[in-house]
Design a protein around this ligand. Sequence first.
Ligand SMILES: [Zn+2]
Length: 98
Amino acid sequence: MKCLKCFAGELQVGTTSLTYNREGSPIQVTVDGIPAEICPVCGEVYLSEVIAQQIFNMVNPILEAGRDMGDTAILPAPTVDIHFPPLAPAQLKQAVAV
Ligand SMILES: [Zn+2]
């Protein structure tokens, strides 16, 4: 598939890293090893709907928990890292296709 942003690159299967923040929540969540299709020309990243939903389901409760941290929290805001294990090329291909 061609990239929908630059219309020049042919999308390639790989993994990416994304960082999630939410207004009102001081927690920052970084997820890496996300199966994705990536444009080699402009770098645009495409997640399948299933993968985007799964990541949202993991990250959302963590970001929401940050809303309760407020100014009264004793500990500073944490950063949270989520790592997907490396996938074999065939598994990667399958993951981005769902
Ligand atoms: Zn592109």
